[in-house]
Design a binder for this molecule. Structure first.
Ligand code: 3PG
Length: 215
């Protein structure tokens, strides 16, 4: 898969909804129910972080949920990329971007949303052909004001910022022309998952799905 094809697919996924839930799943039994709750609320693109022992099995379970588009986040190594693809992930997200991660995703045909946080990192990815990037950690790296400024010299790169974003501040990002969507964990709170309060998660998803976007 070429970088242009990767970015086209990443843009398509980012355009599905204003928010991509960033999910940390501890209990495999939650995976399918969580995906169903989020999809029912209008958030089809789901990022399962490879940060827990059950993450790959969770991707496998969630990939069966109708209407869901399940990706793997926290890709750090080529082995992560291979495992994510084998588990059924249809896209990948990495907090930064290394030559090895990029090559592995291109070889495996796994569309990647590569992470960047500085002008030079954004430019390096753009040079390779990646016009859709994750901006991470969004709030800590300068937030919406930073992305607005980056949009002046580098308007051709579109972003999915994640890190520290909430329902309250998501509109600051989504009002910018260079933001396709935002990522965030707030739509799947740990306490709601622990209680099995899937209705609460669907309500949070609905609120997130209703956020207006400019791009
Ligand atoms: C992450 O990879 O942890 C994401 O950036 C989510 O961040 P959040 O928990 O601050 O939404």
């Amino acid at each position: 898969m070429t970088p242009a094809q990767q970015s086209a697919k990443a843009a398509e996924i980012c355009r599905l909804a204003p928010v991509v839930p960033v999910l940390v799943i501890d209990d495999l039994a939650h995976a399918k129910l969580l995906a169903q709750a989020l999809v029912a609320g209008g958030l089809p693109a789901l990022e399962v972080t490879l940060r827990t022992p059950v993450a790959l099995d969770a991707i496998r379970a969630m990939a069966e949920v109708p209407g869901g588009v399940v990706g793997a986040g926290t890709l750090l190594t080529p082995a992560d990329v291979k495992a994510a693809k084998a588990a059924g992930a249809t896209f990948g997200v990495s907090p930064g971007a290394t030559e090895r991660i990029i090559a592995a995703c291109e070889d495996e045909g796994l569309p990647l949303l590569p992470g960047a946080a500085t002008a030079s990192e954004i430019m390096a990815l753009l040079e390779k052909g990646y016009t859709v990037q994750k901006f991470f950690p969004a709030e800590q790296a300068g937030g919406a004001a930073y992305l607005k400024s980056i949009g002046s010299p580098i308007p051709q790169v579109k972003f999915c910022p994640t890190g520290g974003i909430s329902l309250k501040i998501a509109p600051d990002y989504l009002s910018l022309k260079n933001i396709l969507c935002v990522g965030g964990s707030w739509v799947a709170p740990k306490d709601a998952m622990a209680k099995g309060d899937w209705a609460a998660i669907t309500t949070l998803a609905r609120e997130a799905a209703a956020l207006p976007r400019s791009a």
